[in-house]
Design a protein around this ligand. Structure first.
Ligand code: 0L1
Ligand code: MG
Length: 262
């Protein structure tokens, strides 16, 4: 049975305060063990409604938990999807305020920008590529609002997939000119290599994350409109960061994304 609307609103208030004030909360399923994934997306819907009510603009969506390593770590075989607002975006080479975050980590991702709408189940990678204007390197700063970054799929989904900030950079590339399965990625923190990976780590091809997102959206009668910005999930494990850290994520044939934490 789904949770009553009043409980969803209360949970959205709890999550939003934790996000805005940078503090941790107990995972939502501690108090509501019967909470479902559908309930978690209802909390996200309420977060989106509140973000828009205070003037934020929705710019796209994120797929998280899309690498085999992260799925295995969480014991799940489905990703967690989230919403990206303009308030989460930070410019390349900027300083991200660490005081606004709880215990941030960074992960390198390939982002897609569509120039045609996509909708429905059963599409192919080629159809995703055909609808893509360009792909661009991105780094997501994830920051779970749950204590010690520990959660279950329901709780992390209600926390909008731990989203907090994201930075794009490098060079926009035509996806037809790249082999999107074999893009090598290196993450450096303060000049030291912290993680390396190849883009096939994201469900064998980052466009597969978009196909999974489309399945999820179809169940909700939603689509990806032209202009959508979609982050497809971390290629490597997420790297913990602290004040003063400089991050450079280098993407083979796509350039790099740099910023720091202050
Ligand atoms: O974007 C992500 O892959 C994060 C999904 C949520 C899990 C986490 O916080 O690591
Ligand atoms: Mg991510």
């Amino acid at each position: 049975m789904s949770l009553p609307d009043a409980v969803i609103f209360d949970l959205a208030t709890r999550v939003l305060q934790a996000q805005d004030q940078a503090h941790t909360i107990a995972k939502l399923t501690d108090e509501h063990p019967q909470m479902s994934i559908a309930d978690a997306y209802r909390v996200q819907d309420e977060l989106r409604r509140r973000w828009m009510a205070r003037g934020e603009r929705m710019v796209g969506l994120k797929a998280g938990l899309t690498s085999k390593a992260k799925m295995q770590q969480m014991g799940v075989n489905v990703p967690s999807f989230g919403i990206l607002s303009n308030a989460m975006a930070r410019p390349e080479n900027s300083a991200i305020a660490i005081d606004e975050l709880v215990h941030p980590r960074v992960e390198a991702e390939i982002a897609f920008v569509l120039d045609k709408p996509l909708a429905g189940k059963g599409l192919t990678i080629d159809q995703v590529i055909d609808a893509t204007a360009y792909v661009i390197p991105a780094v997501e700063v994830i920051d779970s609002r749950y204590e010690k970054f520990k959660f279950d799929l329901v709780s992390v989904t209600a926390d909008n997939g731990s989203s907090s900030r994201y930075v794009t950079g490098g060079r926009p590339r035509d996806p037809r000119e790249l082999d999107l399965r074999t893009v090598g990625v290196v993450i450096e923190k303060n000049g030291e290599i912290m993680a390396t990976g190849a883009s096939a780590a994201v469900v064998n091809h980052p466009a597969n994350a978009i196909l999974m997102l489309l399945d999820h959206l179809a169940d909700r009668d939603e689509v990806l409109p032209a202009g959508s910005f979609i982050m497809t999930g971390g290629i490597t494990e997420a790297i913990a960061v602290a004040r003063g850290d400089s991050i450079v994520a280098r993407f083979q044939d796509m350039g790099s994304v740099s910023f720091r934490f202050a």
